[in-house]
Design a binder for this molecule. Structure first.
Ligand SMILES: O=C(O)c1ccccc1N[C@@H]1O[C@H](COP(=O)(O)O)[C@@H](O)[C@H]1O
Length: 216
C-alpha cells in the first residue's frame, strides 16, 4: 500500500546523501539546477544521481524559469518530475510540460490570499502543485530560504487541489504543518541541513520519521 503522505527531500548533491534519503524512506528526491543556489549541481552530476536513483525512488529536477534548451537537456536525463520554481506563467508551464514529456510540479509562492487564489490558474497545466513561502524582498533566489508562510492561508484553497507543502519545514515543525494544512505531501531542503547546501543524515531521518508519525 502506498504511504499516505509523500515526502520529498530536496537539494541533494551527493551519492552518499541520496543513499541516506532512500534508506530513510523518501518518496521523491530533488536535485537543484540553479547556479545561485548553494545546492546547485551540474547536468552531469544530476545525470549520475538520477541513474543511481532510478527504480528506487522518484526523482525531481528543480529549475527556475528554464529556456527550451535547458528543459530538453534535463528531460533527456529521464527524471520523473521537473519542478518549476520561478515566475513561469500557466502558458509557459503548459509549453514546458509538452516539450519535456515529464510530469511537472509547479512551485507557487504564498504570502497572501491573492497568492492562494492564483493557484487555480495552474491546476490544469501542472501535474502537482507545491506551495512555498513567498521570498522576502531582496532575496537572491525564489526558494530554499528556510522561510515558512502563514499556513492558515491554505484554508482558502479549493479542497480538490492536492499539493505538497514546502517552505521552512523542519523535523520540529513538520507535524504541526501537516495538521494545519492536510497536504498530499511535504517538501524540505534547508530544514535538513547543518549549513547551506550541507545535508545532515540525522535531520533527514528525523524529518521523515516525524512526517510519517503525523499521519499514522
Ligand atoms: O534551494 C534553493 O536554493 C532553491 C533555489 C531556487 C529555487 C528553489 C530552491 N529550493 C527549493 O525551495 C523549496 C523550499 O526550500 P526550504 O525547505 O525552505 O529550504 C524546496 O523545494 C527547495 O528545493
Amino acid at each position: 500500500m502506498p504511504d499516505a503522505l509523500t515526502v520529498k527531500i530536496c537539494g541533494i548533491k551527493t551519492p552518499e546523501i541520496l543513499e541516506a534519503a532512500i534508506a530513510a524512506g523518501a518518496d521523491i528526491v530533488g536535485f537543484m539546477h540553479f547556479p545561485r543556489s548553494p545546492r546547485h549541481v551540474s547536468i552531469e552530476e544530476i545525470g549520475s544521481l538520477i541513474s543511481e536513483a532510478r527504480g528506487r525512488v522518484e526523482t525531481c529536477v528543480i529549475l527556475v524559469n528554464p529556456d527550451n534548451s535547458c528543459v530538453a537537456e534535463v528531460a533527456a536525463l529521464g527524471p520523473d518530475w521537473l519542478q518549476l520554481h520561478g515566475p513561469e506563467t500557466p502558458h509557459r508551464v503548459e509549453a514546458i510540460r509538452a516539450e519535456a514529456g515529464v510530469e511537472i510540479m509547479k512551485a507557487l509562492p504564498i504570502g497572501s490570499p491573492e497568492d492562494v487564489a492564483a493557484v487555480a490558474d495552474f491546476v490544469d497545466v501542472a501535474d502537482r502543485i507545491l506551495l512555498d513561502a513567498k521570498p522576502s524582498k531582496g532575496a537572491d533566489r525564489p526558494g530554499g530560504l528556510g522561510e515558512t508562510f502563514d499556513w492558515s492561508l491554505v484554508k482558502a484553497l479549493d479542497p480538490r487541489v492536492s499539493f505538497l507543502l514546502s517552505g521552512g519545514l523542519t523535523p520540529d515543525n513538520v507535524a504541526a504543518a501537516i495538521a494545519a494544512t492536510k497536504p498530499f505531501g511535504v517538501d524540505v531542503s534547508s530544514g535538513v541541513e547543518s549549513a547551506p547546501g550541507v545535508k545532515d543524515v540525522r535531520l533527514i531521518e528525523a524529518f521523515i520519521r516525524n512526517a510519517r508519525a503525523a499521519v499514522s
